[in-house]
Ligand binder design. Structure first.
Ligand code: NAD
Length: 294
């Protein structure tokens, strides 16, 4: 019998890649329900899976912020049985906090936090009833440590960490494994899809000059970090695959060791001061990135 996998946010990036990878598995081990908010965007996915077996992929509409859309997606799955739920849909927001609109902030929390909660809530009763299941979350280095000018994104992703770590404790009793895949920068359209303040744009007019200068510096750092350190989607997908295929995946899997020294500083120095210093140095000292040696 095939493992049924439902993935959110499959019109691009990691979600699309994972759907294609699983649907084209040579042993046809998976039945993939690739879901996306806007079915008009399904062409790319269809293009990528051309030639793969028809009975391994189905595309469904699912907007994680819309409970009615979630309810109708779940009805389309035979017996509502999902063995592996991949909560992948997510959006970014980058800019000085004081320039982020309430609307933009709410939109980030609606997708990243409430969307994830809604999706888990929809599938959890079935998994509990069957005493089996895996919930995989596309998480981020920005879910574990603060990143300058990403305060809202990090806040939403930190919240998801708290959600999942809390759930994991009880879900052990039901043979349900919850796993956060901690991604660093990945070469997807995430950066271009996200709402970010253009340093040259009008949103930043009226911002104090010091914040403005720091934000420009951060924008450059971010671009070069993506150029130098971003992982290819395939590399990241392997970590998802491992978590899906191993019987007892841990709560967190890291796709890269690059940020580990910074991540460890948080634990080594619980008062936070060392992390704050080190991250400041990493982003704002003009020399080469020091993530590896921090
Ligand atoms: P992406 O922008 O290509 O993919 C995000 C997907 O989520 C898109 O297909 C988008 O349409 C979908 N989405 C947005 N709102 C939705 C909604 N309401 N309902 C359903 N789908 C919705 O970028 P990606 O890099 O593939 O991002 C996937 C996940 O990876 C996100 O959760 C993101 O936070 C996380 N992540 C990405 C990076 C990176 O550098 N690319 C790093 C760490 C974590």
């Amino acid at each position: 019998e095939k493992t049924v996998v439902l993935i959110t946010g499959c019109s691009s990036g990691i979600g699309l890649g994972l759907a294609v990878r699983l649907a084209s598995d040579s042993s046809q081990r998976f039945k993939v329900f690739a879901t996306m908010r806007d079915l008009a965007k399904k062409e790319r996915l269809l293009e990528c899976v051309r030639g793969c077996h028809r009975d391994t992929l189905e595309i469904l509409q699912l907007d994680v912020t819309n409970p009615a859309s979630l309810a109708s997606a779940i009805q389309r799955v035979p017996e509502q049985r999902v063995d592996v739920l991949v909560c992948n849909a997510g959006v970014g927001l980058m800019g000085p906090l004081e320039t982020c609109s309430q609307e933009a902030i709410k939109a980030v929390f609606d997708v990243n936090l409430f969307g994830t909660i809604n999706t888990i809530q929809a599938f959890l009763p079935g998994m509990k009833c069957r005493k089996a299941g895996k919930i995989i979350i596309t998480s981020s280095v920005g879910a574990l440590q603060g990143v300058p000018f990403n305060a809202v994104y990090c806040a939403s992703k930190f919240a998801v960490e708290g959600l999942c770590e809390s759930l994991a404790i009880v879900l052990q009793e039901f043979n349900i494994h919850i796993t956060l895949i901690e991604c660093g920068p990945v070469n997807t359209s995430f950066l271009s899809n996200m709402q970010s303040m253009d340093p040259e744009g009008h949103e930043l007019q009226g911002l104090d000059p010091k914040t403005y200068a720091l934000y420009r510096q951060y924008s450059q750092h971010c671009q070069s970090l993506f150029q130098d350190a971003a992982q290819d989607t395939d590399e990241v997908l392997q970590v998802f695959l491992d978590a899906i295929c191993t019987p007892n995946p841990p709560l967190r899997c890291f796709t890269t060791q690059f940020f580990m020294p910074l991540t460890r500083l948080k634990l080594l120095s619980p008062d936070g001061s060392e992390y704050v210093q080190a991250m400041h140095k990493f982003v704002f000292s003009t020399s080469e990135p020091q993530g590896d040696q921090a």
